[in-house]
Design a protein around this ligand. Structure first.
Ligand code: C2E
Ligand code: CA
Ligand code: CA
Length: 642
């Protein structure tokens, strides 16, 4: 019989759960976000619902039909609102709300408004449900209408989950669906067994789960920087890319942190980074700033919904530049941060650029005019090309598909080919044949040079073990080693292992080095150089006459050969150029170094360098770099040269 009193224990439990959820919500410090606002509203709804259900029962028991009706109408209204807000919350989580216009929210709220109107009318007309004069609960003819509205929101919510399922982490979907399942179970049980007023309790349990899984501030806010964590950014970025939402990513990488921070204590360091994040949050809203790493931050701005969008973006960039051009006070010190800022328009720009390359700080950035360097569309294009190049190098490293060509080196004394320079080549399935000048620097920049170098050495050793070039008068092979490879502490062991594997004597490999300022600065270069030397390697100094290479370094006794850069030879067309070349050769020979001239293309050039006393010659005049078998054929055919 319908007039019996219900057991309200479940509602009391629901009230208690809601109150703890609200308490937890208020206590934890989080970044303001629409999602959290919705969660708070949701807690309020379930709390109001449970309380009104308790009151409805109570007033019915004490035979106060008006109050009971007021409570029961509130209960049903809140019921629909709960589903409405929960639906919005879910759509916030699964990216369905991203870039939505106001219109969407208006349409979405129509059933809720309808529910409010119906309930308002029901209070007087009693066509849905009511307590009669004896305080007995009666269902009206149109009772199912209320359930229809609830079901609408349920269906819509499930639809958005399925619709965006591919874009969202599986874990999130499982949590969302199980929460939803719990509530549906509650509704069904309550429909079937009316004494079990369990629906609000299941909703409160769901709120509790949500507060642990989704609303846990410590899961999303970086405790040191007080902005969103990297994980939150990566998830969001992925969702934006998957949904092809129109967003702008502004990647901010602090560049000079290492130099700066050597003067700061670890607390000061943390404070410095934190104050940068704080300023960023102030400029663009806490909600839009994310951690990429401790020294790199992301700002994400919605594009479609903001009117005068570009003004917003430009304003921000101008403010950003002003911010970096001011000093930061850390303790009693003042520091300047140099920042590399990259603007990426999603989704179009994201194609074939990785986040790592967007945030990559690169080398040789010039912060003379400003403490901020801005990379825009044009630069992103370069970045994209570079990323393609990087991917090609990665592929080639993985498949060990680099080719090694050999360029003969001719001895003036014996008038025969005595050596060859091993030169790496890359034939990429996507990008085709790429010259080393383009991909070596990419490999150096992204830390792949060490792998590349090892592969080249291994190919060279394999070549020597297969063709025995020593049979054709080849006394050694010149192998290029990038200065960045010398940063690899294990290079000696790695090289030793490869030589051993193919049984190649260390004296058969001569390493070519180009000394550059930025590597030479930190003692690693000399350290590794000494280790390689102790192991038995000999060295050539490459590209002599350009850049950093100088006589002082050569006197250090590390080098056997000096390769004079082709530009010096090519400039020897007038007296001045000739003199310069001659003096250079004489200088080098006076300190007992073997002189190798590269880039000899003509008979005249050959005559000049021979006359000046060069020992070894390399250049197109003899041969371009050629594949291994061709090189062997070349040696066979020309054991002695003109
Ligand atoms: P490099 O060490 O100065 O090598 C000489 C470059 O000059 C080669 O270019 C060679 O093909 C070219 N060359 C030789 N003779 C002539 C000539 O008579 N005329 C002209 N115009 N060019 C000549 P390549 O093979 O394109 O290599 C470019 C650079 O890439 C090399 O410059 C070297 O720095 C780097 N590289 C090549 N292979 C490797 C490698 O295995 N490891 C590393 N780390 N770097 C490499
Ligand atoms: Ca070289
Ligand atoms: Ca060279």
């Amino acid at each position: 019989m319908t007039g019996m009193t219900y057991n309200n224990s479940y509602d009391v439990a629901a009230v208690m759960l809601c109150v703890s959820c609200i308490f937890y919500f208020l206590m934890s410090k989080r970044i303001r976000h629409f999602k959290h606002t919705l969660y708070a509203i949701l807690c309020g709804c379930v709390l109001t619902g449970s309380l009104s259900n308790i009151f409805a029962g109570y007033f019915a028991r004490i035979h106060h039909p008006v109050a009971a009706n007021l409570a029961i109408n509130t209960y049903f209204l809140v019921n629909v609102l709960t589903m409405c807000v929960f639906g919005l919350y879910v759509q916030c989580m699964n990216g369905y709300l991203m870039n939505r216009h106001k219109k969407y929210y208006l349409l979405y709220s129509i059933p809720a408004v309808l529910a409010a109107l119906l309930i308002g009318a029901n209070f007087f007309l009693h066509f849905l449900f009511y307590y009669d004069a004896d305080c007995r609960y009666v269902r009206g003819e149109a009772f199912l209408l209320m359930h229809l509205l609830t079901v609408f929101y349920l269906v819509q919510t499930i639809y958005t989950i399925i619709r965006n399922a591919v874009f969202v982490q599986k874990q999130k979907i499982i949590y969302l669906l199980s929460g939803l399942g719990l509530v549906i179970a509650g509704i069904v049980v309550q429909m079937l067994f009316r004494q079990l007023q369990i629906q609000l309790f299941t909703e409160a349990v769901m709120l509790t789960l949500m507060s642990i899984v989704f609303e846990n501030a410590s899961l999303e806010v970086d405790p040191d920087l007080n902005i969103y964590k990297r994980k939150v950014f990566l998830d969001f970025y992925k969702t934006v890319c998957d949904l092809k939402s129109e967003m702008t990513l502004i990647a901010i990488s602090l560049v000079n942190t290492e130099q700066l921070l050597s003067t700061l204590s670890s607390e000061e360091k943390a404070a410095a980074f934190r104050s940068v994040c704080e300023k960023l949050s102030k400029l663009v809203g806490h909600n839009n700033v994310y951690t990429y790493t401790t020294e790199k931050y992301a700002v994400m701005l919605e594009r479609r919904n903001v009117r005068n969008y570009n003004i917003v973006e430009n304003d921000f960039l101008i403010a950003l530049e002003a911010m970096f051009n001011q000093s930061w006070s850390v303790g009693d010190k003042k520091v300047f941060f140099n920042a590399l800022v990259t603007v990426i328009h999603l989704p179009e720009d994201a194609e074939s650029v990785t986040l790592d390359s967007i945030f990559h700080r690169g080398r040789n950035l010039n912060f003379v005019d400003s403490n901020m360097i801005l990379r825009d569309h044009k630069d992103v294009d370069i970045l994209r090309k570079r990323t393609r190049m990087l991917n090609a190098v990665r592929r080639a490293c993985e498949n060990r598909s680099f080719l090694v060509y050999y360029q003969p080196i001719w001895s003036v004394d014996t008038r025969s080919v005595v050596s060859a320079e091993a030169l790496v080549r890359m034939d990429d399935p996507e990008l085709g044949f790429i010259p080393p000048d383009e991909f070596i620097s990419a490999a150096e920049e992204y830390g792949l040079i060490s792998d590349l170098g090892e592969i080249v050495l291994e190919k060279v050793c394999e070549f020597c073990a297969t063709y025995h070039p020593e049979q054709y008068g080849i006394e050694w092979i010149e192998l290029n080693v990038s200065p960045y490879q010398l940063g690899d502490a294990n290079i000696v062991q790695k090289f030793a292992k490869i030589l051993q594997k193919y049984n190649i004597p260390v004296s058969f490999i001569n390493l070519e080095l180009t000394e550059t300022v930025d590597v030479f600065r930190n003692g690693i270069f000399e350290d590794t150089l000494r280790q390689l030397k102790d192991f038995g390697f000999t060295f050539s100094m490459d590209d002599y006459g350009t850049g950093y290479s100088n006589l002082a370094n050569l006197m250090s006794n590390n080098y056997r050969t000096v390769k004079i850069d082709k530009s010096l030879l090519w400039k020897a067309t007038d007296k001045e150029g000739m003199d310069f070349l001659m003096i250079t050769v004489n200088q080098l020979k006076s300190i007992k170094l073997q002189v190798l001239q590269e880039g000899v293309e003509t008979k005249e050039q050959l005559d000049i360098i021979t006359a000046f006393g060069g020992n070894l010659i390399q250049g197109y005049y003899f041969s371009k770099p050629i594949p291994d078998r061709e090189f062997i054929a070349y040696c066979k055919g020309r054991a002695v040269l003109p």
